[in-house]
Design a protein around this ligand. Structure first.
Ligand SMILES: *Cc1c(COP(=O)(O)O)cnc(C)c1O
Length: 435
């Protein structure tokens, strides 16, 4: 094994056994259980390496060639590389790679484009929208007035139900006259049509922001249509399907570039995380390769197989399936008494990691829920394919059906370990060890 490869960085942590042990435990958890959280992925080793560099030491408030402190000649090149690669990857006029997270990117856009009290039309949280799209628990709802749209109700006779209700989007836009319309979601398994949103925004004279946090990697890989030609501003996370380090970014047309940059710094943040920006640059280069395009196709194909196999287990995918990397499943047909919370806990014991999620019209609270959200992005990176997706669905169904039976869960957990052992996300720096 290559001695320089050390994804969990255990060797350099020898002086701090407490942290080293925790990193090792997490390395093992990620390697030995199924990672099906739709917003997670396994970065490349190059991304991990870049994140752990001396670039973390440098203060670089401002933007390349306009910094407040000295000593930024190299850092300027790093950030220029990252923003040029990002703008080229998505064909945008302007890129800002400084947001520490997707939430910070969204806040910066609101700050750049809106005045306090302005109206924003965004997707309902319990229909798939994100906290930063106006949740009462988010600061966004305290500064701006959010109104919402949702998906059409479930109708088993109609194959296109539970999709974004564009009639409602148009009606709400006409009656509420928002200054900004937000498209994009955190739990929506279908393509979001930016062109339709653009038409509606134009009809009411609103700006359009597309939050592609989840699907940025699918857009980069060419399997989800790009919102960039249609939206005034596009926000993204770099760590979900795009498979980079944890962080956010903003793409915009030239007209909004200056306002966006000022909103990120000094509006919201201080010094940028240049080690993370270097890792973002690495990820953007990776995402421009044919291998990444193939990855994106595999992610979508795997999610489709997983969805069909879950349906065979009696676990209904909301909208009947998926176009992207994620599935939202409705547990009520499978077992009306089984909540998302309980299902998540049972599956966790079996080594199947995913999250409970409200489904559209969920009668249960966001803490309990009647659904689960799963994604194929991480385990596709680890190399799993259609056969493994079918096996995952079968293990998941067995685990939920036998949820009172500890012996059955042990058998499932062993099988999950064996499956994960055949698809390690990283080489183990400690060499081969018994599971
Ligand atoms: C994940 C997500 C975000 C926030 O990203 P963080 O990096 O967790 O702050 C914003 N919008 C959407 C739609 C998301 O899915």
């Amino acid at each position: 094994m290559d001695e320089t490869v050390n994804p969990s960085r255990l060797a350099s942590l020898a002086g701090d056994p407490e942290v080293a042990s925790l990193v090792e435990q997490e390395f093992d958890r990620q390697s030995r259980s199924l990672q099906l959280i739709a917003s997670e992925n396994f970065t490349s080793e190059a991304v991990l390496e870049a994140t752990g560099t001396v670039l973390t030491n440098k203060y670089s408030e401002g933007y390349p060639h306009r910094r407040y402190y000295g000593g930024n000649r190299v850092i300027d090149e790093v950030e220029d590389l990252a923003r040029n690669r990002l703008a080229a990857l998505f064909g945008a006029d302007h890129a800002n790679v400084q947001p520490h997270a997707g939430a910070a990117a969204n806040l910066a856009v609101y700050q750049a484009l809106l005045d306090p009290g302005d109206t924003v039309l965004a997707m309902r949280l319990d229909h798939g929208g994100h906290l930063t799209h106006g949740s009462p628990a988010s600061i966004t709802s305290k500064f701006w007035r959010f109104v919402d749209y949702g998906v059409t109700p479930r109708d088993d006779e109609s194959p296109s139900s539970e999709r974004i209700d564009f009639d409602e989007v148009r009606d709400r836009a006409k009656s509420e006259r928002p200054r900004l319309i937000v498209a994009g979601a955190t739990a929506y398994p279908r393509v979001i049509d930016a062109e339709q949103f653009r038409e509606i925004a134009d009809e009411v004279g609103a700006l359009l922001m597309f939050d592609m946090a989840h699907v940025a990697g699918l857009v980069a890989g060419g399997v989800h249509p790009s919102p960039v030609p249609h939206a005034d501003v596009v926000t993204l996370t770099t760590h979900k399907t795009l498979r980079g380090p944890r962080g956010g970014a903003i793409l915009s047309c030239a007209e909004h570039a200056k306002a966006i940059d000022s909103a990120v710094f000094p509006g919201l943040q201080g010094g940028p995380l240049e080690h993370v920006i270097a890792a973002k640059a690495v990820a953007f280069k990776e995402a421009a390769t044919p291998a990444f395009a193939q990855y994106a196709r595999d992610v979508v194909a795997n999610a489709a197989v997983l969805g069909a196999a879950l349906a065979d287990e009696g676990i209904r995918p909301v909208t009947g399936g998926t176009d992207n990397h994620l599935l939202l499943v409705d547990l009520r047909d499978f077992d009306p008494k089984l909540t998302g919370k309980e299902a998540q806990e049972v599956l966790d014991l079996a080594g199947i990691t995913l999250n409970r999620n409200q489904i559209p019209g969920d009668p249960r609270s966001p803490f309990v829920t009647s659904g689960l959200r799963l994604g194929s992005a991480a385990e596709t990176t680890a190399g799993m394919g259609a056969d493994e997706m079918r096996e995952i669905a079968s293990l998941l169904g067995r685990s939920l059906r036998n949820r009172g039976d500890a012996a059955a869960q042990d058998v499932i957990r062993d099988r999950v370990r064996t499956l994960c052992g055949a698809f390690p996300p990283y080489p183990d720096p400690r060499g081969v060890r018994p599971a």
